[in-house]
Design a binder for this molecule. Structure first.
Ligand SMILES: Cc1cc2nc3c(=O)[nH]c(=O)nc-3n(C[C@H](O)[C@H](O)[C@H](O)COP(=O)(O)OP(=O)(O)OC[C@H]3O[C@@H](n4cnc5c(N)ncnc54)[C@H](O)[C@@H]3O)c2cc1C
Ligand SMILES: *[C@@H]1O[C@H](CO)[C@@H](O)[C@H](O)[C@H]1NC(C)=O
Ligand SMILES: *[C@@H]1O[C@H](CO)[C@@H](O)[C@H](O)[C@H]1NC(C)=O
Ligand SMILES: CC(=O)N[C@H]1CO[C@H](CO)[C@@H](O)[C@@H]1O
Length: 492
């Protein structure tokens, strides 16, 4: 390479690592990653609960099949088990809805028949599917996915379930309320009312039965990092400001200012900080400020909280084949829009638990899921308080006052200062243009200044795989490719 531009990558999550890896393997050797924390991986974070590994952040490869680059990397590094490598499993198209075997409990302490939830589940899946169709219909008859569901459920229930008795109908409404809570976790949002209806169909699923990393998601990060030159990553170095559009002739176009006052001059900076961090710090992170259209997209896109509460037991209180446990509150037999008195009743937002499988690997560990403001409040409580509340919850729903968890561990993504939440979703009024704006480099087209000074990668910049690891990875490669293409053109 005749020129050797200096490229600084802000953030050492999967998108930053992916960008570095592609640049380095294309011959760029003046590349550096600057990371705020003392670790790499960002929202890929493998922790421990006793002897078990647990995923504090990302857990699954969503849609593990040939088109999924995370799957292909993991397979090539030998990180997956035989079940994930089974081509039949890779061709199963679940369209985002894993076919989990449920156990269902109610707040009166009864275990319900799993078949009893299917009619409500079918209606819910149908409504979600219809929500994703509005994108191509050029109109949004309701402002949000929640509004659409709220207006349709009573109508369809009156029509389809007109012959069922009141008790059964109440049960089905409890199931819908529960599935709404679960969907908030999937989408990383406080409420389905915050999801734009017109943008709901932007997210694309890939075929394949979601799989996990037997030795932890961080094993992928370790493999990728091992291919980068030593010392490429600087840890514990938060970036305070990306000062771009420098005018002095001799200076490089961008200066990256760090919290310890280090100033790094660069030709290009790839910013991969989470959308939650951007929303909070955009005004100080860029100088000159971001153009308005970019800022508006940062504001319109949503970034919500989804947390996990891992609970370990000496022995299971669920069926051997059970994969998910749903908790139905007796008093939620009409549509619940908002949990009243979050401080007392935050636990009602927890839709239930998934069972960590296989049991031989994990023992008897459940993962509870809770999204939104209730989840953010949970983060402020002590581990003992969370343990107490979860224990009471399980005793109540099982009707068994002796069940006692062995260990509890929860995530706290909202209060993680360099993340400020879990992942992104298209908010009300969002369109594909907002994701285009997110990934648009600075300066914007038509400027006379040095091109490609600041580039943007990360989960929230992928047009259809936002909120995922594969979306983040692809966005890092995309921005590396943008620079590679720029230099191969300018050489001609
Ligand atoms: C609870 C949870 C569960 C999830 N489950 C899944 C799943 O099952 N499957 C899936 O595909 N995805 C899942 N995700 C999403 C997935 O983890 C993310 O989409 C992906 O890891 C994001 O990668 P990234 O590189 O865009 O961002 P990050 O991993 O967040 O990396 C950004 C990095 O920037 C650093 N940073 C921030 N500010 C600064 C600064 N000022 N200076 C320097 N560095 C800074 C941060 O410390 C961080 O290391 C989950 C996420 C969460 C939170
Ligand atoms: C960047 O610098 C150029 C030339 O100095 C100037 O014309 C332009 O307005 C600047 N752009 C911004 C966003 O400050
Ligand atoms: C929410 O998640 C579902 C996958 O279950 C997806 O189809 C949908 O597009 C997502 N919506 C948003 C707004 O992220
Ligand atoms: C749903 C499905 O097809 N699952 C299969 C995944 O692969 C394993 C074998 O490796 C099968 O046992 C499962 O039935």
């Amino acid at each position: 390479m005749s020129v050797n531009p200096k490229i600084v990558i802000v953030g050492c999550g999967i998108s930053g690592i992916a960008a570095a890896q592609r640049l380095v393997s294309s011959g760029f050797n003046n590349v550096r990653i600057v990371e705020a924390t003392g670790r790499s991986g960002g929202r890929i974070k493998t922790g421990r609960l006793g002897n078990n590994i647990v995923e504090i952040g990302a857990n699954w490869i969503h849609g593990p099949s040939e088109e999924n680059p995370v799957f292909c990397l993991a397979r090539n590094y030998g990180l997956l088990d035989t079940e994930a490598l089974d081509p039949v499993n890779q061709s199963v198209d679940i369209a985002g809805h894993p076919p989990w075997v449920p156990n269902v409990f109610s707040s009166s302490g009864q275990k319900l028949n799993a078949e009893d939830i299917y009619p409500a589940q079918d209606m819910f899946v149908e409504l979600l599917y219809e929500s994703s169709e509005f994108q191509n219909q050029g109109g949004e008859p309701w402002a949000s996915v929640g509004d659409f569901i709220w207006s349709e459920v009573p109508k369809r229930a009156a029509e389809k379930w007109k012959d069922v008795d009141g008790a059964t109908r109440s049960l089905r409404m409890r199931v819908i309320n529960n599935l709404l809570k679960a969907e908030c976790c999937v989408n990383g949002t406080h409420s389905m009312d915050e999801l734009g209806l017109g943008a709901y169909g932007l997210y694309k699923t890939l075929p394949g039965l979601d799989c996990t990393f037997p030795s932890g998601y961080e094993s992928l990060i370790k493999k990728l990092l091992s291919e980068l030159p030593n010392g490429l990553v600087t840890y514990n170095r938060p970036v305070r400001c990306v000062c771009w559009n420098n005018s002095e002739q001799k200076e490089k176009p961008v200066t990256v200012e760090c919290d310890d006052d280090e100033r790094i001059s660069a030709d290009h900076v790839i910013v991969t900080v989470p959308l939650g961090y951007l929303k909070k710090h955009y005004s100080t992170l860029f100088h000159p400020p971001l153009p308005l259209h970019k800022l508006h997209s940062i504001q319109r896109l949503g970034f919500g909280t989804n947390n996990k509460i891992f609970v370990e037991f000496d022995s299971p209180w669920w069926d051997a084949d059970c994969e998910v446990i749903y908790l139905l509150w007796e008093d939620e037999d009409a549509l619940v829009s908002e949990i009243q008195d979050v401080q007392r009743f935050w636990i009602k937002k927890l839709f239930g638990f998934t069972v960590l499988k296989p049991t031989e690997r994990y023992g008897h560990v459940l993962c509870g899921w809770i999204a939104g403001h209730e989840s953010e409040y949970m983060e402020t409580l002590s581990e003992q308080e969370v343990t107490h509340t979860v224990t009471q919850l399980i005793r109540r729903f099982t009707g068994n006052p002796t069940i006692t968890p062995k260990r509890v561990l929860r995530s706290q993504w909202f209060h993680e200062p360099w993340t400020c939440g879990s992942y992104s979703h298209p908010g009300k009024g969002c369109s594909a243009q907002d994701l285009e704006n997110m990934m648009e480099p600075l300066p914007t087209k038509g400027s006379q200044s040095q091109p490609l000074q600041v580039l943007f990668a990360g989960e929230a910049t992928h047009p259809c795989y936002f909120s995922t690891v594969h979306g983040a990875l692809l966005s890092g490669w995309r921005e590396a490719d943008r620079l590679i293409a720029h230099y191969s053109k300018s050489k001609l």
